[in-house]
Design a protein around this ligand. Structure first.
Ligand code: SAH
Length: 484
């Protein structure tokens, strides 16, 4: 018998090192100075002016392009002074850019600008810069800055293009509306949960209709919906999928972003927790297949008491919560305590494994039925009441969860009950994770192959003729024992 564990608080790994710190500089109505007229100067002037700065440009011999810049300016303003800069020109500058050809002159400019208290950049001279420019995606007031810290400009440009394509142009209207409505919303809703509820609904609407500019009617409707929301704690059972974080649903992401507390199992891949709100408390509540677990009653009690204290609780489970996840007991505990409880489905291990190995579980020439079976009962033994006729059925695909301990006995018994020994069978370890591995064989020899392979991690067994029918050729039982 395992000693039960206690739920324990865990901490996320924290921040990975950052090559640079991205910060955003408001320049509206501030003074900016650019001196020199090298090739990078015109674009920098445009950027400063686009950010609303009053830009003074000092260039004894400005290029044609630099002369033309002021005609293109929508925000801010540009004044061109056709002479060399002097230190006095920097007085009151919030931002200064050196764009001269001569290194010594640029060094002098940077020193003068720093002395005047400006933030300094020097075109093509990273060693003289306090700050550097990145690639930009502009949906103002939504602004995305991208940096590879000089390591890979082309890569950065491609990332920019991807984000550009991903962010609808109309987002600028929605974010502008958010800025304009912020005060009204804060005055209307005082609690954190309500405000958050409002802004979530607002964001949903923006994503649903990104190209439409929001109106007063939207504001009224969103306020109405938010007022209709029940307040207080709740529990959401969320499916984390088999491992690959990209298999999370959008609803699962939303629940993770909203959670005050996340209670998760060992089988939940650690990357998934990176999607949680940073302030969320995370608690490991155990449940490895065979190792010590927290008692289900303790988990239920913890979940309920957190929700009663007003918390948004996410109970994060591997795969789908309603497949071999003891969700029934947790839902019941919430019901009895009068706590609202919702379920967000996830990709179950069987589906993750099938997709990764490219087999159709219901190939129409080979399978009429698909069944999910557990490989162990409450005590960890092969359940005595499995339906052996169904397991021996030649037209079924059987997926066995938690198969490790009882795999040999299960397959031997199925063969005795009439399953053809040649029936294709395979086990997927760590489905959808980077260390996924598949061991293939037949009902007769898979157990030996698994033993020989000596693999670790969560594993799922599949048995059935359909597994031999797919275009992805499965090696015959007598060939490779294990393949990755
Ligand atoms: N609710 C989960 C199942 C929980 S039971 C789901 O829907 O997937 C735990 C069992 O799920 C494990 O013993 C194993 O059989 C299976 N499992 C979970 N994640 C897996 C993975 N990444 N690869 C293979 N099997 C997995």
């Amino acid at each position: 018998m395992n000693t039960p564990r206690q739920p324990r608080e865990t901490r996320s790994a924290g921040l990975e090192p950052l090559a640079v710190l991205p910060v955003f500089v408001p320049l509206q109505d501030k003074r900016a100075v650019l001196a020199g007229s090298n090739g990078g100067a015109p674009w920098k002037v445009k950027l400063l002016a686009a950010a609303g700065a009053r830009v003074d440009v000092y260039a004894a011999a400005p290029s044609e392009e630099l002369r033309g810049v002021s005609d293109e300016i929508a925000a801010g303003s540009v004044t061109l002074h056709e002479r060399a800069w002097t230190p006095d020109d920097l007085t009151g500058a919030a931002f200064a850019i050196g764009a001269m050809e001569d290194e010594a002159e640029c060094v002098a400019f940077v020193a003068a600008a720093r002395a005047a208290g400006a933030i300094v950049n020097a075109v093509d001279r990273p060693h003289l810069c306090d700050v550097k420019f990145g690639a930009i995606v502009n949906r103002s007031p939504l602004v995305v800055g991208i940096s590879t810290e000089g390591a890979a400009p082309v890569f950065g440009q491609t990332v920019r293009a991807r984000i550009e394509a991903m962010l609808p142009r109309g987002f600028k209207h929605w974010v502008a509306a958010a800025r304009d409505w912020r005060e009204t919303v804060s005055a209307r809703f005082h609690g954190f949960a309500e405000r958050r509820g409002f802004w979530e609904r607002f964001t949903d609407r923006a994503f649903a209709e990104p190209e439409r500019a929001p109106t007063q009617a939207d504001l009224d409707a969103l306020i109405g919906q938010t007022e209709a929301l029940p307040l207080g704690g709740a529990v959401t059972l969320v499916g984390a999928g088999p491992g690959d974080a990209e298999l999370l649903t959008l609803k699962a992401l939303r629940a993770l972003r909203n959670a005050d507390v996340i209670l998760y199992d060992d089988l939940v891949a650690p990357e998934i927790l990176d999607y949680a709100r940073r302030e969320a408390r995370t608690m490991l509540v155990g449940k490895t297949g065979h190792g010590p677990s927290c008692r289900q009653d303790d988990i239920n009690a913890l979940m309920v008491s957190l929700a009663k204290s007003g918390k948004q609780v996410v109970r994060l489970k591997s795969g789908d919560p309603l497949v071999f996840g003891r969700a029934g007991e947790e839902i019941e505990a919430c019901r009895q305590a009068g706590i609202p409880c919702a379920v967000v489905p996830g990709v179950t291990a069987a589906q993750g494994a099938a997709a990764s190995i490219g087999v159709s579980l219901t190939h129409r020439d080979a399978a009429r039925r698909l069944q999910y079976v557990t490989g162990h009962d409450r005590r960890g033994a092969l359940p005595e009441d499995l339906n052996w006729g169904a397991l021996a059925d030649p037209s079924v695909t059987t997926v066995v969860y938690m198969p490790k301990r009882t795999l040999r006995t299960l397959l031997e018994r199925a063969v005795r009950e009439g399953l053809a020994p040649t029936t294709p069978a395979l086990v997927t370890f760590n489905a959808t994770r980077p260390n996924q591995a598949v061991v293939r064989g037949s009902a007769a020899d898979l157990a030996d192959r698994i033993e020989a392979a000596g693999l670790e991690g969560p594993a799922i067994l599949m048995v059935g003729e359909a597994l031999g029918r797919d275009k992805v050729a499965l090696p015959l039982p007598e060939t490779a024992a294990a393949s990755r």
